[in-house]
Design a protein around this ligand. Structure first.
Ligand code: MG
Ligand code: ZN
Length: 365
């Protein structure tokens, strides 16, 4: 017995020796290193089919292939196997499951602290960027606490309470064209925000507090000429947040992949996923030169039950079919890059993403 154990020990030692010889610099940083900043990209509704159909159409040019640590994340909500974006946004932002439709509140309606609120408590900066209105469920989960995701005007008021250093997206109407006639744009300016309403003005901004409300409602689709709004907004958000020397948390959402999924519109899905990937390129450029920035890309859930039923790699074409006009219950991929990214491999719950982020940034309540 002792002999056998010794042999196993010797074998393990030899394996460990060879494995160590194979370790290159990039896998060393995936396992270790300080995390000062986290950039979290959410493709709303972006399942594996959404990504792979985009890879098929854009063969060889995808930034996502640089993210070597891959895991799977469960998405169910507190009260439903199939989550909505409010409950999954809340799980990702606060680490707690809740009921579908609720923003930043526990199932019993008690307040949950979001990563941005926790970042502020610990002296770090926080921001959200989105191609929907900034008051929509996914960005709202990081900023607001509301019984219903549909209370957009109330959610807008929470931006003045939480005060993320940067928020960019659509939704100007929730700030200055409100039923109660309050002028939240004026209040944001009073609170020290540089408020801009066009992408041209956004690109000129150099401030430590930026509110970019670039459309009355949601941003246009890529096919309607949104252009590089998301990539440019990510760049400005990083420039703004990196003024904080203690670090930052930034959530960037490609909101409309979900809407392509709801419409069972393959072209819409692919154009919006390609936009996420282009934005990821800007984020990776920063993360590579910074060295202390963890980048994680995932979805809040899958939309459409999208399946690839045919395609042609040489022709860069795909055919898809869909099992639903809503969300599905399947887990979603998690792709990560940078220091400690190996922690995001394997199978885990969406609430654990919050826990890992809070741990890595040493955020304490
Ligand atoms: Mg969303
Ligand atoms: Zn949806």
């Amino acid at each position: 017995m002792i002999k056998l154990r010794y042999r196993i020990y010797a074998l393990v030692t030899i394996f460990a020796f060879f494995a160590a010889g194979c370790v290159n610099n990039s896998s060393l940083t995936e396992n270790s290193g300080e995390v000062k900043n986290i950039i979290f990209i959410i493709g709303d509704g972006m399942g594996l089919s959404h990504m792979y159909s985009t890879m098929t159409v854009y063969t060889g040019e995808m930034n996502i292939t640089e993210l070597k640590s891959i895991g799977f994340c469960k998405t169910h909500s507190y009260d439903n196997y199939i989550t909505d974006s409010a409950a999954s946004g809340t799980a990702l932002a606060t680490g707690s499951k809740t009921r579908n439709g609720m923003i930043g509140l526990a199932p019993d309606s008690t307040m949950l602290m979001s990563l941005i609120e926790l970042a502020h408590l610990n002296g770090l900066a926080g921001g959200v960027v989105s191609t929907s209105t900034v008051t929509h469920a996914t960005p709202a989960s990081y900023v607001s606490h509301n019984i219903s995701r549909n209370n957009y005007d109330e959610i807008a008021e929470d931006f003045l309470i939480t005060q993320p250093e940067v928020f960019i997206g659509g939704g100007l109407d929730n700030f200055e064209n409100r039923e109660d006639e309050k002028d939240l744009v004026a209040e944001l300016r009073k609170a020290g925000y540089n408020v801009v309403v066009s992408i041209e003005d956004l690109l000129e901004v150099d401030s430590d507090r930026v509110a970019g409300l670039l459309a009355p409602g949601h941003m246009p689709k890529m096919s309607e000429g949104r252009g590089d709004m998301l990539a440019n907004s990510a760049k400005i958000a990083i420039e703004t947040l990196s003024k904080n020397k203690k670090g930052f948390f930034l959530m960037i959402e490609a909101s409309q992949i979900d809407w392509g999924g709801h419409a069972n519109d393959t072209q819409y899905i692919i154009e919006e996923t390609a936009d996420l990937d282009k934005t990821l390129g800007v984020v990776l450029d920063y993360a590579k030169q910074n060295g202390e920035t963890l980048v994680v890309v995932t979805a809040d859930h899958e939309t459409g039950g999208m399946t690839l039923t045919g395609g042609d790699l040489a022709e860069h074409s795909v055919e898809a079919s869909y099992s639903t006009g809503g969300h599905s219950g399947i887990c979603v991929p998690v792709y990560s890059f940078g220091p400690q990214s190996v922690r995001f491999t394997g199978f885990f719950d969406n609430t654990e993403i919050f826990e890992k982020f809070a741990y890595l940034l040493s955020l304490k309540e």
